[in-house]
Design a protein around this ligand. Structure first.
Ligand SMILES: C[S@@+](CC[C@H](N)C(=O)[O-])C[C@H]1O[C@@H](n2cnc3c(N)ncnc32)[C@H](O)[C@@H]1O
Length: 275
């Protein structure tokens, strides 16, 4: 079973991940060239979320999922294709435009765009997926009782290190007992001391994620952290402009950063799928 981790190259080439990459191929191989799975951290993030939820029995009819800051990612459509009911959310459009999320195609402008690659049959998508505006810094109380929650590459953009950590803690309220939460974010791999903590983007240090894990465990939730970096050349390569076709680590200011995936199980007994 996957745990919260950063190791990527070997995971990306595993049978499970390759199977998911094929399932979402229309979302990354736009010209249908049949190229091998991209060695890219964004690909790893999406496949990590899919595999973590699949392993935990979340991707089946009768399960419900809540996604935050979904942008144009393919995940809502994939989850719906398994029969899950999905509430996809993103920030208010005028605010997203101000910040710049709309101009680089990383914002969920409308529901249809979430299935633009046809990953879910249109009727099933229409029946099971909805889109709503939700500010991750102010999650409405009525969002509760979901089997799973997720976000990809979003909570590092909430204003500060602490805002992102508070988001992860607060969104646990949205889950039913025993529910599963999977999130990916930025991990600073060059320093556990100095880092970027600016309104646009933050880079989490190991110590921030350890602090988060402690806070979650104190509330009775379950989370294990693994900071093994991955030993392959691809895991170690730091990709800077002009970018190569191996993009698992990059540089932000003077720090090397990669993606980290968090998997949290809410305290309590997991229920069976409904319906
Ligand atoms: C880097 S994009 C990632 C998009 C998508 N999750 C993906 O993996 O491609 C960050 C996303 O977070 C959203 N976002 C940023 N701040 C937010 C906030 N306060 N509340 C909700 N969504 C937010 C943006 O609108 C955007 O969709």
């Amino acid at each position: 079973m996957l745990t919260s981790q950063m190791c990527k190259r070997d995971v990306l080439t595993s049978d499970d991940f390759v199977r998911w990459a094929e399932r979402i191929r229309p979302s990354w191989d736009f010209d249908h060239t049949g190229v091998p799975v991209l060695v890219h951290r964004k690909m790893w993030e999406w496949l990590f979320i899919i595999q973590a939820l699949f392993e935990r029995g979340m991707l089946q009819p009768g399960r419900s999922g809540l996604g935050f800051g979904v942008g144009q990612e393919p995940l809502a459509a994939v989850f719906a294709s398994f029969g899950c009911t999905v509430l996809a959310t993103d920030m208010a459009e005028d605010r997203a435009r101000e910040i710049g999320w709309t101009s680089d195609g990383q914002f969920a402008a409308d529901l249809d765009s979430l299935n633009k690659y046809g990953l879910c049959d249109p009727a099933g998508f229409k029946e099971r997926v909805s889109l709503r505006t939700v500010d991750m810094n102010d999650i409405p109380r009525y969002l509760s009782g979901f089997d799973f929650t997720w976000s990809s590459c979003a909570f590092e953009h909430l204003g500060s290190i602490e805002s992102g950590l508070q988001f992860v803690e607060r969104q646990m309220r949205c889950l039913a007992p025993g529910g599963v939460s999977v999130h990916t974010t930025e991990l600073n791999v060059s320093s556990n001391d100095e880092t970027v903590d600016e309104p646009g983007t933050v880079l989490y240090r190991q110590r921030d994620l350890r602090r988060l894990a402690l806070r979650l465990r104190l509330r009775g939730h379950k989370i294990d952290l693994d900071f093994k970096p991955g030993e392959t050349t691809d895991d170690q390569h730091v990709d800077v402009p002009p970018f190569s076709n191996v993009h698992l680590r990059t540089r932000v200011q003077e720090y090397v950063t990669t993606s980290y995936g968090l998997i949290i199980a809410k305290r309590g007994r997991r229920r069976a799928p409904t319906g």
